[in-house]
Design a protein around this ligand. Sequence first.
Ligand SMILES: [Zn+2]
Length: 144
Amino acid sequence: MTKREGGCLCGAVRYAVEGEPIVSGACYCRDCQVVAGGAAAYGSMYPAAAVTVTAGETCTFRVFADSGAEVVREFCPRCGVHVISYNGSHPEFKSIKVGTLDDPSGFKSEGSIWTASAQPWHRIETDLPSAEKNPDPGIWNPTA
Ligand SMILES: [Zn+2]
């Protein structure tokens, strides 16, 4: 089974993910723009059981998103980098921040969400599906 590893900027937090993601994509919500430094946040969602923190301990920050969903973000208490996020109502799925993988080169986005919050200078992949807010259930949003 494919195993990928990643971690925060300072190396205190390390994680591993097993298998292939359920879905991968870009989120253009304002919260993700803040966390990602202005860009969309690129994430890959896995069954929670496939995601293991292998070194260090994450702190969590919980916020209610525009959708009303509670978004839980796990970050390194030392360097502040967010490595994992998930919907508080669906902890059975966890998304890893693609940029924190040791080798993010294999990432393939399947679409964009929350494009209604995108900035005029964002370049959304127009050849991929997109949703102005959360995508419809079942298409590529198992938590909807
Ligand atoms: Zn760190």
